[in-house]
Design a protein around this ligand. Sequence first.
Ligand code: CDP
Length: 234
Amino acid sequence: MGFFFMEKKYQIAIDGFSSCGKSTLAKALAKELRFLFVDSGAMYRAVALYCINHNVKIEDSDQLNSILLDINIQFKQEQDTLQIYLNEENVTEAIRDLKVASQVSEVAAISSVRKKLVAQQQKMAESNSLVMDGRDIGTVVFPNASIKFFITADPLIRAQRRYNELRAKGNPSIDFNLVVENLRHRDRIDSTRDDSPLRKADDAIEIDNSTLSEKEQLQVALTHLYNKFPELKN
Ligand code: CDP
């Protein structure tokens, strides 16, 4: 029989609507705590990108199930940033395209896609303490997470943030109304789908960050976290 010591692992679950600052908070928390950061949305975006590039008809479940076997998604920490690879190709930039955003919620509503990605997400937590952001992290992926946050923000503020982000990333001619439309579309599909709809877990702490700076939202989350787990403070 092996003799081993299992260090306590923490899972910080962060859920919320599109563009509400989940990833920003998750990244900042992971950096502060030296935990692994996992952007689960990036995984769904990578599957959507694959479907777009390979002309996969997502309503054809046989085709979809067979391509899922060919999809390998990996995160790699490079310098200070998290890069995402789809079958050895770095797709970190490509998955942020509005074209991907316009398909991803349809892809993410498919149970076989969710099953594959959720299994991979749960596996990452076996060997790491982590901060994961998404839509179903506190409800489905880690129902027993150490702590759960549910982030909300005014829809127009969310759209403005995403618009600024896309412009800063080199899309000067992006149409604000298209961004608003895309967020509405995804919010609706994400919260009404049958499999793992977006909702606040009963035991999640809600943070409305409409008027909070990035630093302030981090402080709010850390205060909750350190109250619950003083051992993490130092
Ligand atoms: O644009 P934003 O950063 O808010 O979204 P994202 O986190 O990149 O997620 C993109 C899409 O993936 C969402 O609109 C959902 O349809 C889907 N998703 C999901 O279904 N479950 C998750 N845990 C994460 C994302």
